[in-house]
Write a protein that binds this ligand. Structure first.
Ligand code: 4AD
Ligand code: MG
Length: 445
C-alpha cells in the first residue's frame, strides 16, 4: 500500500514536504505568526503559518477557521523540541492549505463541560485528545491480548451471542425473543469454550458480553468486551501462573507501543513498569482477615461501615479497593466461598463450601479485572450444582455430556477489556474506555 504521511510517524519525515489531511484542533496567533494544532486521527502536531509566506488572503482565512474545520495542509516537517503534540517535538512549516469545511461553533470547546453533556456528544467527544488517547491504548491492549494467545498455542473460536440459558447468574440476563422462544444475550462464552477445548486443547473467545447490571457503578457496563481463554489439563495453580504471564505481557507491550498516549494521559508509568510475574497470591480467608484488620484500624466511620463483611460474603468495590492498596502489583485472591460464585466451579478438596476460583484484582484501587476458576469435572457433582442453582437442566445437558466423554481437569478465565483499559490508562470511570458505552441510563448515541 502507498505510504501516506501520518502524524504518528512524523519523526521519519524531518526535512520533507508532507500533505496532512485532517482537522483543526485549536489555534493561537502572535502577529504575523499562527500556530495551528492539527490532528489527523493518528496524532496531534503543531503547524506554523507565517503571513509573509502564505499571503494576506490565506492567512486571513486561517484566522477565521473554527475548531474542527477540515483541511488539507502541505508543508515541511521540522524538529522543534518545544513543539506540543502527540508525539511532541515536531512541527510543520505550513506552505499551503485547502479548506474543505470551515466549522463555526463546534459544541465541545476547551472550556469545562459536564460529563452528561460530553456523553450526549460522545460522537464528537471521541475527537478530544484524552478520549482519543484512551481509544488508541484500548486498540493496542486488544491487539496485545490476541497476539499473546495466538503466539502461545491457542485457537480463536467464536461463541454464540444468543443463548438459551444463564451461565453467570439469572439476575443480569438480557432477554430476547428468539422466534417466540425466550433467549438471552450471552453473559460469557465460557461454557462453549469448555466444549471447544475437548476438540482443540486451548481456545479463546473474545467478543461482546451482555449483563443487565442494574447498578450505577464506575466499574459496570451493560455491554462489555471479554477475552476468555480455556485450557484442557490445567489446574488452579497452572491458571495463576498463566494469568500473571499474560497480564504482564499485555501491560509491558502497551507501554512499549503507546508511551506517548499514556504520558499524555499523565499515567504514572513507574507503577505499570513494575508489573511483572510473579504476582502475590492470597486466599479468600486471608483477604477477609486483612479487611477485618483494615476495618479495625480506620478512624473513618464511613469506611468502617463500607468495609463490614463476614466470611461467606462477596467483596464489594470498597473491599477490593482497600485490599489492592496493600499491593503494588495485581493480587490473586483464590478459594472464594462457593455460594458467591457461579455453579460450574470445582469444589476445594476437603472443603466443599469453598471453590477453586481465582480473581485477579488490579492495584491502585482498580479491583477485579479477571474472574476465573478450575471447572467441575465430575458429572454427578455438576448436575447437583445445576439443580442447587435452580437452573433448567435440559439446557445444560450438553455441558454435562462433556464430563461423560473424556473428562479432564480444565480451567479458564475471563478478562474484562474495559476494566483493564481503565486501569492501564489510570482513568476513573469505565464509561470512557469504550467508544459508545451502554450503561443503566444510556444507550445513546
Ligand atoms: O467474573 P466474571 O463474571 O467471569 C465470567 O464471566 C467467567 N465466565 C469468565 C471465565 O472464566 N471464562 O467476568 C469476568 C470479567 C470480570 O473480572 C470483569 O473484568 C469483567 O469480566 N466484567 C465486567 N466488565 C464491565 N462491566 C461488567 N458489567 C462486567 N462484568 C464482568
Ligand atoms: Mg467476577
Amino acid at each position: 500500500m502507498k505510504q501516506e504521511f501520518r502524524i504518528e510517524n512524523i519523526a521519519n519525515y524531518v526535512g520533507q514536504q508532507v500533505t496532512l489531511k485532517g482537522w483543526l484542533y485549536a489555534s493561537t496567533r502572535k502577529g504575523k505568526l499562527m500556530f495551528l494544532r492539527l490532528r489527523d486521527g493518528t496524532g496531534i502536531c503543531q503547524g506554523v503559518a507565517y503571513q509573509p509566506d502564505l499571503g494576506e488572503e490565506l492567512f486571513e482565512t486561517l484566522k477565521r477557521l473554527g475548531q474542527e474545520s477540515s483541511l488539507i495542509v502541505t508543508g515541511t516537517v521540522k524538529e522543534n523540541g518545544r513543539a506540543p503534540g502527540i508525539p511532541g517535538g515536531y512541527e510543520i512549516g505550513i506552505e499551503a492549505v485547502e479548506v474543505l469545511q470551515n466549522v463555526e461553533e463546534y459544541p465541545i470547546t476547551p472550556k469545562e463541560h459536564g460529563v452528561d453533556f460530553l456523553m450526549d456528544n460522545r460522537h464528537l467527544w471521541l475527537r478530544s485528545s484524552k478520549q482519543w488517547a484512551v481509544m488508541r491504548v484500548r486498540a493496542t491492549i486488544k491487539r496485545a491480548i490476541i497476539d499473546f494467545f495466538d503466539n502461545n498455542g491457542f485457537i480463536n473460536i467464536d461463541t454464540p451471542i444468543i443463548t438459551p440459558a444463564a451461565a453467570e447468574g439469572t439476575s443480569t440476563l438480557f432477554e430476547v425473543d428468539y422466534f417466540e422462544e425466550k433467549a438471552y444475550l450471552a453473559q460469557t462464552g465460557q461454557l462453549y469454550n469448555e466444549a471447544d477445548i475437548m476438540a482443540f486443547g486451548k481456545v479463546y473467545c473474545f467478543g461482546p458480553t451482555f449483563r443487565a447490571e442494574k447498578s450505577k457503578t464506575r466499574r459496570h457496563l451493560a455491554e462489555f468486551w471479554m477475552v476468555e481463554p480455556e485450557m484442557a489439563f490445567f489446574d488452579l495453580e497452572d491458571l495463576m501462573d498463566f494469568e500473571e504471564q499474560f497480564v504482564s505481557y499485555v501491560v509491558q507491550t502497551t507501554i512499549e507501543k503507546r508511551r506517548a498516549e499514556l504520558e499524555f494521559l499523565e499515567r504514572d508509568l513507574t507503577v505499570l513498569e513494575n508489573i511483572s510475574a510473579p504476582f502475590p497470591r492470597i486466599s479468600y480467608d486471608e483477604a477477609i482477615e486483612r479487611i477485618h484488620a483494615l476495618r479495625e484500624a480506620t478512624d473513618d466511620p464511613e469506611l468502617k461501615e463500607q468495609l463490614a463483611i463476614e466470611w461467606g460474603d462477596d467483596f464489594g468495590a470498597p473491599h477490593e479497593t482497600e485490599l489492592t492498596k496493600q499491593f503494588d502489583k495485581p493480587v490473586f485472591v483464590y478459594g472464594y466461598p462457593s455460594q458467591v460464585k457461579a455453579f460450574y466451579m470445582e469444589p476445594w478438596p476437603g472443603r466443599p463450601e469453598v471453590c477453586k476460583s481465582v480473581d485477579l484484582l488490579a492495584p491502585e484501587g482498580y479491583g477485579e479485572i479477571i474472574g476465573g476458576s478450575e471447572r467441575m469435572s465430575d458429572p454427578d457433582l455438576l448436575i447437583a450444582a445445576i439443580e442447587r442453582h435452580e437452573l433448567p437442566l435440559e439446557h445444560y445437558q450438553w455441558y454435562v455430556d462433556l464430563r461423560q466423554y473424556g473428562s479432564v481437569p480444565h480451567s479458564g478465565f475471563g478478562l474484562g477489556l474495559e476494566r483493564t483499559v481503565a486501569w492501564i490508562c489510570g482513568i476513573e470511570h469505565i464509561r470512557q474506555t469504550i467508544a459508545f458505552p451502554r450503561t443503566l441510563n444510556r444507550m445513546n448515541p
